[in-house]
Design a protein around this ligand. Structure first.
Ligand SMILES: Nc1ncnc2c1ncn2[C@@H]1O[C@H](COP(=O)(O)OP(=O)(O)OP(=O)(O)O)[C@@H](O)[C@H]1O
Length: 807
């Protein structure tokens, strides 16, 4: 703590800054209103201010420039308005907490020491020179996160600046009053962090700018590597760091980078709402948020219906060890592997020579263009041309063929029949078109003529015989064109390629597969995998594990529909993506840098990818020289007791370092019956609520178990529990029942594990799911079982938990 004199000085400075902020806000507010008025007025009077005259070329030109001028004026006013509004908003935000940190930095070679106060945005004094507050993302502020007092440096575009940090101070401020001041010797003082972490979680994630740790700062400010991989243990601040990194990038590259050029892939839709307030809190717009599933569905369109990853996981977790189950598991593994990825690439090579599959273009129950014709045309192209380019050529050819066929079709008998049944509007359209061509510009006259024509059924200018013929021709053209529209659309959408057939073709006997894929090794149970895959596809359904390979093949065949606008892709829970999915993302966003954050300790899917270490295939995605790896070992979320308990479940858990925050040990309650379980749960929930915990989760293994828990608790009068399913759109506080895989990435004051018995968690593959569930707890972890404890607990040292004796 600082002495009283220093405290008073700090409070005085705070008062001065607050006053200046208020003054500036008072100055700027009328300006904002005025600029807004001006912009609105310009908009309203836009057409009054420009002279529209198109009589001569000169008049037309004058009109054009007059409009341009007015447009420029409007956009200048709107820009100024937005800028001022932004400034006003950020000052209002500062008014609550002007700054949270200070460093005194003596730059080498300078006479004086600068006091650098750090807040969520910069605030410059009225002289336009002196920074009363520095934005946390400015280069100089980086020292606050990276150094303890002593020698320190920071990088600027002009080079590295060195000096001595003479002081490092942290503040807790609310309502313009200093609440706490800490001088720190370590990088960021633990006291403040202790206080922040001791609080209850919100229904929404909070910004961590005041307490970013050095290793997290390295993630936030890394802007050199094409690929940044972060392996961080549960609760180490990966998601937090990712969001502050977005804010940092938006600040540093504000001239070029807009929020909609950043995409975050979240583990589930509910998670999107959980993190959606962090960036606005920092004064930035939210990036695009999506889930991989959403992306797949978008790319697949309506042709196939896609299983979602949660249904796949439910299947893996619930089914018994049947042959079908083993087959599916092997299939999931194989279809996520780099062997299969290479197999598909090789398969595409083969398709360059033979084996392409097309769908004929059919019209009125006949083939307009046959598969044979397409094959002949396709394989007549130069074999050195890339497959996707040849498909492009074929598409052009088909469109031309359709034009020829469309012309021929006009003479068909059915067209005449169709014309006979045309309604009045169609005739009117044709009549209109023809008269337009004649140069009839008087709309009133034209309207009258049409009216008359329709009333008297006098369809044309009878004196002009040519018109009758032209009209007939025009009608035929119009009718056929209408019918050919969907055919053209099909061709443009590449529906002439039999994509399902192409994918299915790959799942052939081992020998054929081996040949097609240039000798790819098929996995165990290959024939069964083939049957299972084909069976599913015959119903126009796709297993989740097939979605990415299918789309990858589609992209290789049809050419990549890339998004070149996106510059940064963030993948949270990155361990749950396969290499296949990464390859696909790389293809989709060719101009983007990628940040992957995850924890192999929480890899709950069969297709998981190891993120860290030389074995990580992810390094190969952009190559080692373009990839940076960062490891986070310290866990901030849970108390030391909870971390000690959970880390012991993982073979690699030794590396996990708990943040020193104490609480109760995890508590184990064995119960004899479901009725007793309900009673215990209800009792514990009530106690936790009276202790002031506002966010409580009963975590189950599967959705079915969640349903079971919900029924049990509501039957036994446990009030206000909410059931969370994969359809729940937003994350809310309260007492929730939630399957473990949906609780990924989020946290709760207290977690109750609904059934930690060996009956529920026994397979080795379930270890990480169990670990993920337990690591959601911040302050309290309670586990229940109606049977023997899961082996993941049985093997733990008994000193790591308390046991509640059954009543
Ligand atoms: N530097 C920090 N200062 C304050 N709080 C922090 C800091 N780092 C992490 N936290 C807090 O720790 C908790 C866990 O953070 P976060 O959810 O980002 O971790 P994670 O690594 O993504 O976790 P998981 O993989 O388990 O989902 C959050 O409450 C976050 O606010």
């Amino acid at each position: 703590m600082i002495n009283e004199k220093e405290w008073n000085q700090e409070q005085e400075r705070l008062d001065v800054v607050t006053e200046k902020l208020k003054e500036r806000i008072a100055e700027i507010e009328p300006e904002v209103a005025e600029l807004q008025n001006q912009a609105v007025n310009i908009r309203k009077q836009f057409w009054e201010e420009v002279t529209v005259n198109t009589s001569t070329d000169e008049d037309f030109e004058e009109t054009y420039y007059s409009i341009k001028q007015q447009e420029a004026l409007l956009s200048e006013r709107e820009r100024s308005y937005q800028l001022r509004k932004q400034q006003s908003k950020s000052m209002k935000r500062l008014l609550h907490v002007p700054y949270f940190g200070r460093i005194d930095f003596h730059e080498d070679g300078m006479r004086s020491t600068e006091q650098v106060y750090i807040g969520v945005s910069s605030f410059v004094d009225s002289d336009g020179m002196s920074f009363l507050i520095y934005d946390w993302r400015t280069p100089i502020a980086s020292m606050y996160y990276d150094y303890s007092p002593g020698a320190a440096t920071y990088d600027t575009p002009a080079g590295r600046v060195g000096g001595t940090m003479e002081l490092k101070r942290q503040y807790q401020i609310s309502e313009s009053k200093l609440r706490n001041v800490f001088d720190t010797t370590v990088t960021i003082g633990d006291q403040l962090l202790q206080q922040v972490l001791g609080k209850s979680p919100d229904s929404q994630m909070k910004s961590i700018v005041a307490t970013i740790q050095k290793e997290q700062n390295a993630i936030i400010r890394n802007d050199k590597s094409r690929m940044l991989i972060v392996q961080g243990v549960a609760g180490s601040g990966k998601t937090s760091a990712a969001l502050q990194r977005v804010a940092y990038l938006l600040y540093k590259y504000r001239e070029w980078l807009k929020a909609n050029q950043i995409v975050l892939f979240s583990p589930n839709p509910m998670f999107n709402s959980y993190v959606s307030t962090v960036l606005p809190e920092l004064g930035e717009e939210n990036m695009q948020q999506t889930t991989f599933q959403e992306y797949l569905e978008h790319e697949l369109g309506t042709v196939l219906s896609l299983e979602d990853p949660f249904d796949q996981l439910e299947y893996v977790l619930t089914e018994q060890s049947t042959r079908e189950y083993e087959t599916r598991l092997k299939g999931i593994e194989y279809k996520a592997s780099t062997i299969f990825l290479q197999a598909i690439r090789n398969y595409v090579e083969l398709l360059s020579q033979r084996g392409m599959r097309f769908k004929s273009i059919r019209f009125r129950d006949r083939d307009l263009i046959t598969v044979k014709q397409m094959e002949t045309q396709f394989y007549s192209y130069e074999p050195t041309i890339r497959l996707a380019n040849r498909v492009g050529l074929l598409q052009e050819w088909l469109l031309k063929e359709l034009t020829i066929l469309e012309r021929k079709e006009r003479d068909m008998h059915w067209v005449q029949e169709e014309i006979n049944y045309l309604d009045k509007e169609h005739y009117a359209d044709v009549y209109n078109d023809l008269h337009k061509e004649r140069g009839v510009f008087d709309f009133a006259e034209q309207y009258e003529e049409i009216q008359e024509m329709l009333n008297k059924k006098n369809r044309r200018d009878e004196s002009d015989f040519d018109y009758a013929e032209q009209e007939e021709e025009q009608l035929r053209r119009m009718v056929v064109k209408e019918y050919f529209k969907p055919l053209r659309k099909q061709v443009k959408k590449m529906l002439f390629i039999d994509m399902v057939g192409l994918y299915v073709q790959l799942f052939d006997k081992e020998r054929a597969y081996w040949t097609m894929t240039n000798e790819a090794m098929a996995p165990e149970f290959w024939n069964d995998i083939c049957e299972q895959t084909k069976e599913k596809l015959s119903q126009l359904e796709l297993f989740y594990e097939d979605a990415t390979p299918y789309l990858y093949l589609k992209e290789l065949v049809e050419g990549v529909r890339t998004n070149t606008d996106v510059r940064h892709v963030f993948v949270d829970e990155g361990q749950d993506y396969s290499m296949f999915q990464y390859e696909y993302l790389k293809k989709l966003f060719p101009r983007a840098r990628m940040t992957v954050l995850g924890d192999f300790g929480q890899a709950i899917f069969t297709h998981a990818t190891e993120l860290y270490g030389i074995e990580s295939p992810l390094i190969q995605l952009y190559g080692a020289s373009e990839t940076d790896l960062i490891r986070l070992a310290r866990s901030y979320r849970s108390t030391r007791e909870i971390v000690d308990f959970t880390k012991s479940m993982l073979p690699s858990g030794k590396e996990i370092v708990p943040f020193e925050r104490s609480g109760k040990k995890p508590n184990l309650s064995k119960v004899d019956s479901r009725a007793q379980l309900a009673m215990c749960l209800a009792e514990e929930i009530a106690t936790l609520q009276t202790e002031g915990f506002t966010s409580i989760a009963v975590i189950t293994k599967t959705a079915a178990e969640s349903m079971d828990a919900y029924d049990l608790l509501t039957e036994h009068g446990c009030p206000s529990v909410r059931l969370i399913t994969k359809q729940t759109p937003t994350f809310e506080q309260g007492t929730l029942i939630i399957p473990a895989y949906l609780a990924k990435g989020v946290e709760f004051d207290a977690v109750l594990i609904y059934d930690a018995s060996s009956r529920t968690y026994h397979r080795e593959s379930e270890r990480k799911l169990f670990y993920t569930a337990c690591t959601r707890a911040m302050h309290r972890l309670l586990l229940f079982a109606t049977d023997d404890w899961t082996p993941f607990i049985q093997t733990l040292d008994a000193s790591l938990y308390d046991v509640k004796s059954s009543t």
